[in-house]
Design a protein around this ligand. Structure first.
Ligand code: NAD
Length: 256
């Protein structure tokens, strides 16, 4: 029960108690990890996240918009000051303007593309670069993707293209950071109901289809994503990097 004892980790992407990041954080905390949290800037988000993570008694809970280099610098400076190191980092962040997911992909705007790519894909590069100097003894970085980055999921649209960029970023980052003993992997999660997924047109259909067609004939549970997160962020996955691990009840292997 203590596999993460003495490990310090940064959790980015907790919005509420239905966030995938929260499910993974709960598991990491139960395994003894010391957790640092960031939340979207703003009083309501700060209040909600601080209240939620209180039970983990974190030393640092900081605002961070991943589009802001200043916010990122403040977070990693604060971690350096408080701990002088980081052992793992969870990146569970994505955003696209709702209109970009409602309209056909063909109608994607330049503004929408830049915004969604910046928050959903580039941010992993930015936070990995910022984390590297703190991971002198090696480390593990995990992000969360979706099968819509590999195959067309009508309605997932621009976010699917962001996930494709995110997944290939995982491989390039794994290559760059491997010599520093820093691993980078993604969980490709089956659909679960969260604040973000509620904004995807056709989400109910994605969940229904996944439950009908996946080998396990059901949708994935938050606890299963948490288990995969713990595995990839922890020591048991020490030989795995650059991997996209599907935690989707096997949905991705089915062609019909
Ligand atoms: P969520 O809404 O709980 O989490 C999304 C997070 O992104 C929120 O915490 C939000 O504050 C954060 N965020 C958005 N813009 C930001 C910005 N500019 N700066 C910093 N943070 C920002 O929803 P979730 O479903 O838990 O999403 C977490 C990740 O999992 C996302 O990458 C999502 O695409 C991915 N994912 C979700 C599902 C699903 O079915 N829910 C499936 C596969 C992958």
């Amino acid at each position: 029960m203590d596999t993460m004892r003495d490990k310090v980790g940064l959790i980015m992407g907790v919005a509420n108690d239905r966030s995938i990041a929260w499910a993974i954080a709960e598991r990491l905390h139960a395994e003894g990890a010391e957790l640092i949290y960031t939340h979207l800037p703003g009083p309501s988000s700060e209040r909600r996240v601080k209240r939620l993570v209180e039970s983990h008694a974190p030393k640092l809970v900081m605002p961070c918009d991943v589009q802001s280099d200043e916010d990122l610098a403040e977070v990693f400076t604060a971690i350096d000051d408080a701990y002088g190191r980081l052992d793992f980092m969870l990146h569970a962040i994505a955003f696209a303007p709702p209109s970009e997911l409602r309209n056909p992909y063909l109608e994607t705007t330049r503004e929408g593309w830049h915004l969604a790519m910046d928050i959903s894909a580039y941010s992993l590069v930015a936070v990995s670069r910022a984390a590297k100097p703190l991971m002198e003894a090696g480390g593990s970085i995990v992000t969360i993707s979706y099968f819509g980055g590999e195959k067309v999921m009508p309605g997932y649209n621009l976010m699917g293209v962001c996930k494709a960029a995110l997944e290939h970023s995982v491989r390039y980052l794994a290559w760059d950071l491997g010599p520093s003993k820093i691993r980078v992997n993604a969980i490709s999660a089956g659909p679960v109901r969260t604040l973000s997924s509620a904004g995807i047109s056709g989400f109910d259909e994605m969940q229904r289809h996944a439950a009908e067609k996946s080998p396990l004939r059901r949708n994935v549970e938050f606890e299963e994503l948490a288990g995969a997160g713990l595995f990839l962020l922890g020591p048991d996955s020490s030989g795995i990097t650059g991997e996209i691990v599907h935690v989707d009840c096997g949905y991705n292997i089915v062609g019909l």
